[in-house]
Design a protein around this ligand. Structure first.
Ligand SMILES: Cc1ncc(COP(=O)(O)O)c(C=O)c1O
Length: 391
């Protein structure tokens, strides 16, 4: 049997493997990137789904259009205007099966074997895995607590001749929780606009800001139509319905639509209509507000507990939104070993080294605070300290 060469680059994600372990009921898991299930509007969504299937089943159980359910595209276009000040018409929105599918499609659209993809360091692991299928060369651009370093970006662009796409997560990044400052965003766009390189702005967490001012998105600063926005309902409603979107200039969206046609014809018509009905008839904005409030208090509990139990050892950048907290331990600590000790004590997290394309940074770790109830967080951090002391 001979498999395609691209399969040589595609491996099981360490995090997915880890998540299998954390499915045991008695484990306190800070490992996954799961939203708080307590807030899923289960009753409303169940009623809507039942109503759609029973009263309008002949329409919503039929094939739909590749670009997506028209009213939902309108809703996304309106919300982009309201939340980001971005003027994107509904026909510049392509509905995808979660934003993860959008990552794959962007890779398919822009990347050839050995062409260059620029990304942050560290970055979202499942994006790297999606892009790997197209066999690009990954070039990372250093970041600090304010985002991508403009001088480093300029230097890379000067050096690299075949950059096809820049992939960034400026809002509450996965894994670091860092949000780029407004100044860095402007500097980034000033550099980019001198090129024709498309930018994929992955923004699943932007609406989960619970403190501070909202800086402009790259899309809202884009005057040339270079930025493609990647969005999702996974973190503002629920991930199980698998509805996300790509939004951008028509030249991109028409091509991405062709890719979608070849991949799966369209995203489930029923789940798209369900989300649209929820946005129409229920209080989506109020719901997002509830998520922010809950995540803020979970973040506070985790932050306080870490400061108390690791007063000298932990360096943390307190996230102002999103779902993740990034912790750096003293240099000699290897968090992969710490994870083994932690799993013995039934607590889990993701070792930070996994998110760095070039390796290293083994003393870092990602902790998720959205998915653990407040009364369990202190116990999880206590066990983590115990594991640390056992090393
Ligand atoms: C940065 C980032 N992008 C994309 C995704 C994919 O999300 P979904 O496919 O559920 O929209 C995630 C999921 O955690 C993520 O963290």
């Amino acid at each position: 049997m001979k498999y395609a060469t691209r399969m040589n680059h595609i491996r099981a994600s360490e995090i997915r493997e880890l998540l299998k372990l954390t499915e045991q009921p008695d484990i306190i898991s800070f490992a996954g990137g799961l939203p708080a299930p307590e807030l899923f509007p289960v009753r409303e969504l169940a009623d809507i789904l039942h109503g759609l299937a029973s009263r309008e089943g002949q329409s919503f159980l039929q094939y739909g259009t590749t670009a997506g359910h028209g009213p939902l595209r309108e809703t996304i276009s309106r919300r982009l205007r309201q939340t980001q000040g971005v003027r994107i018409d509904a026909d510049q929105v392509l509905i995808t099966n979660g934003s993860q599918q959008g990552l794959d499609f962007a890779g398919k659209l822009f990347l050839d074997k050995d062409s260059v993809l620029l990304c942050e360091n560290p970055t979202y692991l499942a994006a790297i895995n999606a892009f790997k299928a197209y066999e690009p060369r990954f070039v990372t651009v250093p970041t600090d607590r304010d985002g991508m370093l403009p001088d480093a970006l300029a230097a890379v662009l000067e050096r690299e001749r075949d950059v096809r796409m820049i992939y960034v997560i400026p809002d509450f990044q996965n894994p670091t929780g860092i949000s780029w400052s407004a100044e860095r965003r402007t500097q980034f766009m000033d550099i980019i606009k001198e090129t024709d390189i498309p930018v994929l702005e992955d923004n699943p967490y932007g609406e989960l800001r619970f403190e501070g001012e909202t800086p402009p998105t790259l899309m809202s600063l884009d005057k040339k139509g270079q930025v493609i926005g990647l969005g999702t309902f996974s973190k503002i409603l629920c991930p199980g319905l698998r509805v996300g979107w790509l939004a951008g200039a028509p030249q991109f969206i028409t091509r991405l639509e062709l890719i979608k046609q070849g991949a799966d014809l369209h995203t489930s018509h029923l789940t798209q209509a369900c989300i649209q009905r929820y946005a129409e008839c229920c209080d989506l904005e109020g719901h997002i507000g509830q998520i922010r409030t809950l995540y803020k208090s979970r973040r506070n509990v985790m932050l306080d507990e870490i400061r108390c139990r690791f007063p000298d050892e932990a360096d943390i950048v307190p996230p102002a939104g999103g779902m993740f907290l990034w912790m750096t331990l003293p240099r000699h600590v290897n968090t992969r070993v710490l994870l083994e000790r932690s799993l013995d004590r039934k607590v889990a997290f993701v070792p930070g080294g996994s998110f760095f394309h070039e390796g290293g940074h083994e003393n870092t770790m990602r902790l998720n605070f959205s998915n653990t109830p407040e009364d369990r967080i202190p116990e999880g951090i206590r066990r983590l300290r115990e594991a640390y002391d056992a090393m």
